[in-house]
Design a protein around this ligand. Sequence first.
Ligand code: DC
Length: 233
Amino acid sequence: MSAQPRLVIAIDGPSGTGKSTIARWIAQELNLSYLDTGANYRAATLWCMKNGLDLAQPDSVDTQQITDLITTMPLAQDLNPHNFSLALDGQDITEAIRSDEVTANVSVLSTRREVREHLVELQRQAIQSRPRIVVEGRDITTVVAPDAEARILLTASPEVRMARRGQQLRETQQDPGNVESDVVGRDAKDSALVDFMTPAEGVAEIDSSNLSLEDTVTVVLAEIQRQVNTSGS
Ligand code: DC
């Protein structure tokens, strides 16, 4: 039996667009692996915190200290979209990486170029080992996998993104009080090194502001089909 052809689907966008849910849904629908690169940044943040770096005082933390720790990070990921999970040193961290503390600290890592280079390398290795995969994040269409078979930027208005994130926080019994800093503030910080608000050349922008989750999935699937057909013809 011949191996199936490579199919990398790259989905970028700011927080609160429903990107993770949609990317995972599409991976399940198309029977592909699934990589949430935001979860990588979160896992690395948690690993630094566990190793005593005070990320609440970013000026006290050397970039070298962070990259040294990431190089030895014992991260294991299950890329099955039905069971996407992460473990550090054998301990499941799938929920721990969603804590307010990790969310507040993650930009300390994502705004340092050398740290990004390490994580991008890790992500490229994951794609190489599973070349039929949906990968979502902020720089997948531009840096991690600019050669992906399909590339999409998922956007939504700031009002819609804050409303969706607030709803998500309430559903998981987290404090929706800092939704503005979580969504708009974090995006502003994260935009320092990566532009995930405007589509790069060849990347299709899909604005989900007025679409339900189901309708967004339908539109994204049609766009993937279109790009794959176009590149194959
Ligand atoms: O998507 P998320 O909220 O789980 O992402 C967590 C953080 O990681 C976010 O603040 C931005 C950063 N990130 C990034 O800089 N590049 C990526 N490819 C993915 C996430």
